[in-house]
Every structure is written in C-alpha cells, then in structure tokens.
Design a protein around this ligand. Sequence first.
Ligand code: ADP
Length: 497
Amino acid sequence: MAVATGIPSAARDFLAGGEKRLWIDNEYVDATSDSTITAWNPADGSVLGVVQEASAADVDRAVKSAQAAFDGEWGSMTPDDRGRILWKISEIVEANLEELATLETLNNGKPIVAARRDDIPNVAAMFRYYAGWATKIEGKSIPVSSGNYLAYTRHEAIGVCAGIIPWNYPLMMAGWKLAPALACGNTMIMKPAEQTPLSLLRLAELTAEAGLPAGAVNVLNGMGETTGDALVRHNGIEKVAFTGSADVGRMIVQNSTGNLKRVSLELGGKSPNVFFDDAPADRVDGALWGIFYNMGQDCTAGSRLFVQEGVYDEILEGLVAGARELKVGPGLDESTDIGPLVSREQTERVLGYLTVGADEGHVPVGGGRASVPGYEQGNYVQPSVIADTTNDARVAQEEIFGPVVVALPFKDEDELVRKANDTVYGLGAAVWSSNAKRAHRVAHTIKAGTVWINNYGAGDVSVPFGGFKQSGHGREMGQYALELYTEVKAVVASLDD
Ligand code: ADP
C-alpha cells in the first residue's frame, strides 16, 4: 500500500506494514473473513490503512486465547509481577510518544499538540497508576455474630472481559479500560471503533514488548454490528466495558443477557457549562475550550453554555470573538486549534445540526464547513455558536458531538439548576463563580458524574469518571474502577473443632 509522503517517520514504518490483521496471542493472525475496513486520514481524505475485520469465529478464537491466558500465565502471575509489566508498558508508551501521537492525529484528526500533551501522557499515566494498584487489591475481614466463624472477602478477577471503545480518544479510551482490568488480573479483548482501528494495534505490539503474556490483550477490529455484537453476545466473555453513544449502550445491555455478563457504560452528555455574574476573569477561555477542545467530539463537551444575565452579552461577545480566531487546519500543523472531524459521516451529522440551529436560533459565528486551502477533501467544520434559542430546542437537548455550543441566559440559581438538570444526560458540568459557597451548592445539585469548579475538564487518572442518568453507569479511573473489574467473594470458615 502506498503511504503518503507527508507522514512523519515516527509512524511511517507501522503504516507501511500493509493490511493489518487481528492481534491474538501476541501476534498478527489472519481473520477468517475476507472483509476489511479502510482507515482514513480526515485531514485530507486520503487512505491511511486497511484492517481485517474479525468474524464471529475470530471472536471465538480470541476468547479461547484470553481464557487460556486467564487460566494460565497471566492469571497465575503474582500481583507484583503484574504491576511490573504495567509499569513497563507505561515506560514504553512514553518512549514511543511521538509515534503514538502521530498515529492518533493521522487517523482521528486531533491537533498533534493535544495528542502529545494530553492523550498519550494520559495512557502512560493510567498504566503507571494501576501498576501500583495491582498489589493493593484487598478484601476485608468481617466480624460475624451468628457463630464462631472467620469471614473474609477476596476481590477476584472476573475473567475474560471485552472493551468496546469509540473514536474520539482511541488510545485513551483503551488505556482507561486496559490498565485497571489488567491490574485486577483479567484478560481483555479490545474492539476499537471502525473509524480509528490503527493506534491500538501499535499499543498492543508495545504491550508484548513490555512482557505481557500472550492472550492477556487481544485486539479485534471490526464493525459494531458484527464484531462488536459478537463480543457482546459471547457467553465466554464475563464483562463488557463500553464507551460510546447512548443508543448503542442500550443495545449492548439488551444483547448481553445471554450469560448476564457484567456491563459498564460510559455514554453521551449534554453538559452544562455555567457562568455566574461573578465568574473569574479568565471565564471566556473556559467557555471556548469547554466546547472546542477535541473539536467538541467529547462526551463531556460543555455544549450548553448557561450565562447569568448580567454578563451574558459580554461572555457571548468574547466567545464569538474567540471562536473567530481559532485556527482550523490539519492536526499535524502545530499551529492548528481545530482539526478535522473524524469522518465524513460525522461532518454531515454536525452540519445537519447547524441547519437545525439556524432555524431554532441565531448563529453569530460559524455555521458551516470551514475551507482549508490545500485540504479540500478534509472534514473541516467552523467552530460555531448558537444563541437566541431555548433549553428545549433540539440543539440544546441532543448530543451534537462537534464544535457547536448553544448559549442560554439565566436569571438566578434556581432557574439555572432547573434548566441545567433538564436533560436526559448527566456526565459533566462546570460552575464558574467567585462565590465558593454558591459554586459548591450548585455543584451538589447538578446531577452529573463530574462537576468542575472554575475550570473545565480538569481530571486525573486517580479521579473517578462516569455518568448519572442516561450517561451510563460505573466509574472508570481511580480506585473506583477496580470495582468494575473484580468480583467480591465471601469466604466463611468454621472455627469450631
Ligand atoms: P459513536 O456514535 O461515537 O460512533 P458508537 O456508540 O456508534 O459511537 O460506537 C462506539 C463503539 O461501539 C464502536 O467501537 C462501535 O463499533 C461499537 N458498536 C456500535 N454498534 C454496536 C453494537 N450493536 N454492538 C456492539 N458494539 C457496537
């Protein structure tokens, strides 16, 4: 396959390897089906690579391999040895940061500056953090009153798990699942999104280099309704960890009932980003990057901007001016603020919402495709603001997953809380105010898994993340994620002779 000449050398060798196969037992193997998936470069519409699609028979093969690893080398490894391998993975990810960041930008479109600064360091941090947890997964000793018994709990690995992940942060979403699952001693079969099938294969190669035993991590590419569905229905898989849309989340819950496998879900959002009159001075930047980070392709994007009436005009003007100044262009250009959207399909979807927004309100900035000279085939959309609409408009209720924010004024705290909670989602929210009591009061009343105060989107691998309401269930990251990947076993022993 021809590889575009503009691709940095860090990623060129990997991409030049030809059609990518399935990663099972620490090696590439041929899929049983002939079907393939094309990975595109959304910056210029060129072909980046082709991957084989895993059939149901391939899923079965991957499950057998993962079960053998669980029953064998990986499952019997000491916690200390597991931790060492996870730590080693984090080091190897850091050593290959430039290549991984480049692959992420080429396939997803995101600015390389963000991939280098945020995505890949986060993956390394996840493995480092959970390397420490591997030796600290402890049960409890429990006093009993019903007799002379010793009762204690063990937190045991679940077994073979599957991770089904989206395209917006391909490696980060993989790391959020792999690191805690492996720390607990599980084995994992990962299915990347069909739009971004490449970088996780490279990460899998690196895990083998770090000494991860064969079968502990298998990577299968494929479409959601085929490969993804086969994973969800497979009775040899004990747990599915999913990140993606609410509609697919619902399907996964329904289709997983065969063996009643455990399911954790991190779904969509329509997060309120709230500015009170007394918000601190850097407030406009918080509104701007709350939505436009990662081109708004973020489940916690601050897509509903609530601004108190006293500062509404000022913030809206600042936001509009800021949006105009953002540089739209290819992600590999270090001066790019806004890269292309991931796919043509996603671009059309977002443009459709902009048409709806023009009907439901007024669009003071953006509103359509962005033209980037020399990149006419890229998926560029202007950063856009929709004003003069209401919280019940479609653009204020439905997740757009693009660089589009809806600005809504409010009078007082009561009105704000009512409107902010008037959504089926509950993933993220932010409150900007100099009044600490008010900020915490509002943070406690908004129904969301994360509430930021005077920042948007700050996080850490140690801080739990997940959704209320239709944004999902279960918490990833931090100590809480261990609950997603362990079963609690009670052991009750008689102490009588
Ligand atoms: P998005 O809307 O962000 O593309 P999706 O929810 O459609 O998110 O996709 C997220 C992940 O879920 C992808 O890996 C996709 O292939 C997978 N997926 C889609 N449909 C199904 C399904 N019916 N069963 C299992 N996985 C699916």
